[in-house]
Design a protein around this ligand. Structure first.
Ligand code: ADP
Length: 255
């Protein structure tokens, strides 16, 4: 991120946050949370003071991805800190089973509380992992969070693309600049170095072109990515030299 801070109306606790970047997807399971975590890690490695807000209330993944569990907010200051990142997730406060019964407005309220009441301090970038989809909850969040920009994650196939297109429309409606499209699970490289497209081809680029937004890059399918998710350490930190980590660094430098 290079431009100046925006939104003078942001809550006081966010006054030290220069950029608030949403990571969104039309569909679940495309790797949005994995991208948000690794992008945050890559921004941190660039020397930026970075936070990650897990707004995916129904399926919080930050606790798993960073090897953390629930804490007592009376005794543990929030946001938590790990690997140099400031982290906040509903998964630190309640078990996933408790949150699933919440309706949209309560979800938006919870995320707004994270933005307004948690002391983020001085940050160059706060990455916000939005809930998947483009429904009311996402719309409210995109309107109420002081977002500087958004990236949309899609897989290369047509089905994921249809939903990602709705994401483009949603951010345009609420006038949040779209920083670009990231295509995840673009291809698999086998032991012999052959590339295979498993989930279709070229969808991310197609969406970027038709929407007139930047294409930020493609990320290969790599079993190490999910190994790192389950192991509580993002791949960008665990295997910094892997092709996926290099791709993340390039994307982090572009946005
Ligand atoms: P979403 O947030 O879109 O629901 P997640 O980030 O939770 O998706 O990812 C879904 C699953 O896919 C996770 O198990 C994750 O480890 C795996 N995954 C994500 N990206 C990749 C990738 N590039 N290669 C291999 N596995 C991936």
């Amino acid at each position: 991120p290079t431009s100046q801070p925006v939104s003078p109306s942001r809550p006081p606790t966010l006054s030290g946050v220069r950029h608030c970047i949403a990571v969104a997807s039309g569909k679940g399971g495309v790797g949005k949370s994995t991208v948000a975590a690794n992008l945050a890690m890559a921004l941190h490695h660039m020397g930026l003071r970075t936070g990650l807000l897990d707004a995916d209330i129904y399926g919080p993944s930050v606790p798993l991805m960073f090897g953390l569990g629930t804490v007592d907010p009376q005794t543990t200051p929030l946001p938590l800190e790990k690997y140099g990142l400031k982290l906040m997730s509903m998964g630190f406060l309640v078990s996933p089973e408790q949150a699933v019964i919440w309706r949209g407005p309560k979800v938006a309220q919870a995320v707004q509380a994270f933005l307004a009441q948690i002391h983020w301090g001085e940050l160059d970038a706060l990455v916000v992992d939005l809930p998947p989809g483009t429904g009311d909850a996402q719309l409210t969040l995109s309107q109420s969070a002081p977002l500087t920009g958004a990236v949309i994650v899609t897989t290369p196939g047509e089905v994921s693309l249809i939903d990602a297109r709705k994401g483009v429309k949603m951010f345009r409606e609420v006038r949040v600049p779209i920083l670009g499209i990231i295509e995840n699970m673009s291809y698999y490289v086998d032991g012999a170095g052959r590339r295979t497209s498993i989930f279709g081809m070229g969808g991310g680029m197609k969406l970027a072109l038709e929407s007139g937004v930047p294409f930020l890059g493609e990320l290969p399918i790599d079993p190490q990515v999910s190994e790192c998710v389950d192991g509580g350490e993002p791949i960008v930190r665990r295997y910094p030299d892997s092709p996926v980590s290099q791709a993340y660094r390039t994307i982090a430098q572009t946005i």
